[in-house]
Ligand binder design. Structure first.
Ligand SMILES: Nc1nc2c(ncn2[C@@H]2O[C@H](COP(=O)(O)OP(=O)(O)OP(=O)(O)O)[C@@H](O)[C@H]2O)c(=O)[nH]1
Ligand SMILES: [Mg+2]
Ligand SMILES: [Zn+2]
Length: 304
């Protein structure tokens, strides 16, 4: 029997890195298949597991400290665990080639808030930005920085030093997420050149829905710690949360909500809402509020 962590999962096969540093390709003991009903994958990257003597069978799963999930597909209520036992999440975005919609950022951040996973934002491809795009990047840094999220503007390909990022990753398990083509794998290759992860060429991304990285995978870092490269994410949204709780996951909205007239104000149409007042006065960034409203409305059908 050996203990280890799952570093790769393809849905039916799992690669386990044991505590002696050896990897094993394993399948799950039958019992797991029936137990994990709500998720499409009962065992995920980051899970601590027990491997039996054959070194090819996972027989037990240790309790998870946390995990992050997404909907298996847009229409599905079924969810997939992307990774577990995460110390922090990096959301990589870009202003161009491809540009990341702010609503995407806000949904991701709400999800990490809900799971109490600290998140930072990396704005990549700064070498491609003209004046207008750089202004947008700086504005994003200002808005999210004020809320409390660290924001870094980098070029994974051109920057000579990425020491700031390296320092943040040391001895932690970091989930790296972001839409397809923003440069996640490129950054990880820079941080650990021995990885040689597959990256896309710009033209690959003109085709919608194409992903270069297809399964989440965990990689060790030279200075200690792990990064989890994930496929460009779609369907990342708040699931399994009560509509009345969504505002808890927008820290700046939550902070002001105590000033609302009604204790159960949802900051939608209620009179005396301190949140909407702050939006009108630009104390809360209007696009953040718009993302909040969109999440509230999307989730609505569940409650009708
Ligand atoms: N100009 C420029 N190109 C970059 C930068 N970072 C990455 N790229 C390019 O962007 C393309 C996509 O990079 P990937 O690292 O494959 O993107 P990814 O986020 O891993 O994509 P998925 O695996 O599909 O989710 C590649 O052609 C990279 O060379 C950057 O900072 N500047
Ligand atoms: Mg990739
Ligand atoms: Zn309110």
């Amino acid at each position: 029997m050996k203990q280890g962590i799952v570093i790769k999962s393809t849905g039916s096969r799992y690669r386990v890195l044991d505590d002696d540093g050896n990897t094993h390709d394993c399948v799950l003991k039958g019992i797991f298949r029936v137990s994990g009903v709500r998720t499409t994958n009962p065992v995920a990257v980051g899970d601590r597991v027990t491997v039996d003597e054959s070194e090819s069978l996972i027989t037990a799963l240790s309790p998870r400290r946390n995990y992050i999930i997404r909907k298996a597909s847009n229409l599905s209520r079924e969810s997939q665990i992307i990774a577990s036992n995460i110390d922090q999440a990096f959301l990589m975005i870009s202003i161009k080639m491809p540009s990341t919609p702010v609503e995407f950022t806000d949904r991701f951040l709400a999800t990490t808030e809900a799971y109490r996973i600290p998140a930072s934002i990396i704005i990549n491809k700064s070498d491609l930005y003209g004046t207008g795009e750089m202004e947008t990047a700086l504005r994003i840094r200002e808005v999210y920085g004020k809320i409390g999220y660290p924001v870094f503007i980098i070029s994974a390909t051109e920057d000579e030093s990425l020491d700031q990022i390296t320092a943040l990753l040391r001895n932690k398990t970091t989930l790296v997420a972001g839409n397809s083509g923003v440069g996640k794998s490129t950054l990880l290759n820079r941080l650990n050149p021995s990885l040689s992860l597959r990256t896309g060429s710009i033209s690959d991304y003109h085709e919608q829905g194409r992903h270069i990285t297809t399964f989440p995978e965990m990689h060790p870092l030279p200075g200690g710690g792990y990064v989890i490269d994930t496929p460009g994410i779609r369907g990342f949204g708040v699931i399994d949360f009560d509509r009345s709780e969504i505002y808890h996951f927008f820290p700046e909205i939550f902070k002001l909500s105590s000033g609302c007239r009604f204790y159960n104000c949802l900051h939608m149409k209620e009179p005396g809402c301190a949140v909407r007042k702050a939006v009108a006065g630009n104390e809360i960034e209007p696009w953040r509020y718009k993302s909040y409203v969109s999440m509230m409305l999307e989730d609505n059908d569940k409650y009708r």
